[in-house]
Design a protein around this ligand. Structure first.
Ligand code: TYM
Length: 350
């Protein structure tokens, strides 16, 4: 049975990248699948978070989920640390994963920077916790932005090694299910999860530099649109966005080697729910002086209601807090079933 799982870190303001690369797709999937959407607070603390800011950011990600249109009665919405099985399975996966796999993770290299000796051990082991998030629910599909691709391959490697290391025992206990592996089907316990990296904005770039990812940690606030920005902020940031002097091309092929133009057209397409070619059929041949105001209007039209709803939800947090508590209860039931199986498979419970 297909199941969708994804998560967002509460580590600062959410950006348009988080929205177009992930949260918007979460909303689109909720009608067709059973979905679990998590606020991954244990991932956030792999770098120090001031405690009160962490609490605020956790509620704020939950508010963004709801404001974007995720229905907490049809899906499970919760914060990771409330379901202790995430940490428990992560430890087991630390023992399945190899140092070599973790050493190759580009996100660790980027985040740890030059001072690797001083990075937390948690930052290094981060992908094992992410694999635990997904596999605790035996999720089959994970919607994410392009930057999470390598982490999802890591999750597949962990699932595959676990299935392989314990295949005999999984069989003896009758806990195996058919797992699709390329063209063949094998018996295993954990599914090999499919990433869902879809749409025209899987990698939203900085508004100041089309070769850098839009990120909540960029020192320049002009580089990103935050989900909580006012309409004036959004209009200003789009007006100031870096561009090149050419007019827009009439099809998407013409965006190659024009990273800033490609980024703005991609953002427009994602917000409008259109393809880039379709957008360029309308704007091809026009200057940025025409395109930018149209993009600003569209962005404000789509994002202002989300910002307003987030503010309303954050004014009295009791609603959010009860949704997170209820989601955690429902998630715990599923998580515990998996842990009972996993402990039997490994030989930890008898
Ligand atoms: P995080 O919190 O960095 O980002 C949350 C989601 O937003 C996407 N995203 C982007 N998409 C397009 N353009 C951008 N500029 C951009 N910036 C961020 C990310 O790809 C992600 O989908 N490790 C994950 C959180 C996580 C998780 C999981 C995800 C923990 N456990 C289990 C899926 C399943 C992360 O740091 O995302």
């Amino acid at each position: 049975e297909p199941l969708v799982f994804s998560g967002v870190q509460p580590s600062g303001n959410l950006t348009l990248g988080n929205y177009l690369g992930a949260i918007r797709n979460f909303v689109a999937l909720q009608g067709s699948y059973k979905c679990i959407y998590c606020v991954v607070d244990l991932h956030a603390i792999t770098v120090y978070q001031e405690p009160k800011s962490l609490i605020e950011a956790t509620r704020s990600v939950a508010a963004a989920y709801l404001a974007a249109g995720i229905d907490p009665s049809k899906n499970i919405v919760f914060n990771q640390s409330r379901v202790h099985q995430h940490s428990e399975l992560a430890w087991i996966f630390n023992c399945v994963a190899r140092m070599g796999w973790l050493s190759r993770m580009t996100q660790f290299k980027e985040k740890a920077g030059k001072d690797r000796e001083n990075a937390s051990a948690g930052l290094f082991a981060y992908p094992a916790l992410m694999a635990a998030d997904i596999l605790l629910y035996r999720a089959t599909h994970v919607p994410v932005g392009d930057d999470q691709k390598q982490h999802l391959e890591f999750s597949r490697d962990v699932a595959q090694k676990f299935n392989n290391d314990y295949s005999e025992r999984i069989g003896e206990l009758g806990l195996g299910v058919p797992i699709a592996m390329g063209n063949e089907t094998v018996n295993g316990y954990f599914p090999l999860t499919e990433p869902l990296i879809e749409g025209p904005a899987t990698r939203v770039m900085s508004l100041r530099d089309g070769t850098k990812k839009m990120s909540k940690s960029d020192p320049s606030d002009l580089s990103r649109i935050n989900l909580t920005d006012t309409s004036d902020d959004i209009a200003k940031k789009i007006r100031k966005a870096k561009t090149d002097p050419e007019a827009l091309p009439s099809e998407a092929e013409g965006l190659e080697d024009r990273p800033e133009a490609a980024n703005l057209v991609g953002i427009y397409a994602a917000l409008a729910g259109r393809t880039r070619d379709d957008v360029l059929r309308e704007f091809g041949g026009q200057q940025f002086s025409t395109f930018k105001p149209a993009l600003a209007d569209l962005a404000i039209e789509q994002l202002a209601p989300i910002a307003d709803e987030m503010r309303r939800l954050m004014a009295d947090t009791s609603h959010i807090d009860s949704i997170l508590a209820n989601g955690a209860e429902r998630a715990s039931v599923m998580a515990e079933k998996t842990m009972i199986d996993v402990k039997r498979i490994i030989g930890l419970s008898f």
